[in-house]
Design a binder for this molecule. Structure first.
Ligand SMILES: *[C@@H]1O[C@H](CO)[C@@H](O)[C@H](O)[C@H]1NC(C)=O
Length: 326
């Protein structure tokens, strides 16, 4: 299995290199194996069940748990709300996340009849139109990359600034479909684009992985803390690390890399308090990357997997998850 996978990999990605390195004989054998392998119809192996779908319309904001969502190339969409399509920024356009303002995790952004609703503890609800074509477009920065966002207006700005009791003025921006999107990490295929997520359009995480981590902690944690989109049950801890391609309903997803974890995991999603310790310290004990991948993840422990969308469609809680085996 290992050899076959290696042969196919070499064939599809580095055909020339394989030919040069392996010599003609080995290359021919590789070709024959690869050919046979590629011709084999793919098999779907059931690996789990979708137990939750989480959409985070606001970057670092509270997740909406939904029973059904569209899975687009740029991530999950529920009604008029698309995952990580709104973001809090400083006046000069720099992203503000739960790392700087942990209480962001308690803020909700929803949409009713074309009106965006902002809510937060001890705050009155604020409503404003989703579409504000007269507002200016702000040049924003997300992890050093440029991206645009339509300013959501002064009322949203002052509401958020008050909520955080911030010294500087914050603004809310919305990513519109015509705007120039961001290229995710270099590891992602060239044609992949995202709005405001840290890395990928989709993150998956299994309940078993969270349970495994919780068993090592004094205080258990829940999946919300890790901000995945698709939560999968009925599998073993960290099974998701080995699913290179999965199918859920008609949706196909491809694994790109693991999710390297940061201080944000130490923000309690119930209280909005950052501890700067757990569960990150425990994750660092047993979830560091292989030394060969240190250039990718550095000292960040790995938890959850980042995927791209190969085929769009509808996802539903209760859907079976299949690993695609070729
Ligand atoms: C989906 O995967 C196939 C096979 O790997 C590839 O040829 C195709 O370009 C992919 N499509 C998208 C939208 O990523």
């Amino acid at each position: 299995m290992e050899l076959r996978a290696a042969a196919v990999n070499a064939l599809s990605q580095h055909r020339k290199a394989a030919l040069l390195i392996g010599g003609a004989g080995a290359a021919l054998l590789g070709l024959a194996v690869g050919y046979k392998y590629l011709r084999k119809p793919e098999k779907l192996v059931r690996v789990g069940v979708v137990s939750q779908l989480l959409v985070h319309p606001l970057k670092s904001g509270k997740a909406l748990s939904v029973a059904l969502a569209e899975c687009l190339r740029t991530g999950l969409k529920f009604g008029e709300l698309q995952d990580r399509h709104w973001m809090v920024v400083t006046e000069d356009g720099h992203m503000v996340t739960g790392r700087q303002e942990p209480r962001l995790v308690l803020m909700t952004l929803t949409c009713e009849g074309g009106q965006i609703c902002l809510n937060g503890p001890n705050m009155e609800e604020l409503k404003f139109p989703k579409k504000n074509p007269q507002n200016r477009v702000i040049d924003c920065r997300v992890f050093g990359a440029d991206i645009q966002g339509r300013d959501c207006g002064d009322a949203a700005s002052s509401w958020i600034t008050r909520y955080f009791k911030a010294e500087k003025t914050y603004r809310l921006v919305h990513f519109e479909p015509h705007m120039k999107a961001r290229k995710p990490e270099p590891l992602f295929p060239k044609d992949e684009e995202v709005a405001y997520p840290d890395f990928a359009p989709v993150m998956i995480l299994s309940e078993a992985s969270v349970k495994d981590l919780s068993s090592k902690l004094d205080k258990p944690v829940t999946v919300e803390r890790f901000r995945p989109n698709i939560i999968i049950s009925d599998c073993e801890p960290f099974d998701e690390d080995s699913w290179e391609e999965i199918q859920i309903g008609s949706v196909r997803l491809k694994r790109v890399m693991a999710c390297g974890r940061c201080l944000f995991t130490t923000v309690d999603p119930e209280t909005g308090v950052i501890s700067r310790k757990e569960p990150l310290d425990t994750l660092k004990i047993y979830r560091l990357c292989d030394p060969s991948e240190k250039h990718l993840y550095k000292s960040s422990p790995l938890f959850g997997q980042l995927l791209t969308v190969n085929k769009t469609g509808i996802l539903q809680v209760g859907d079976e998850v299949f690993k695609i085996v070729r």
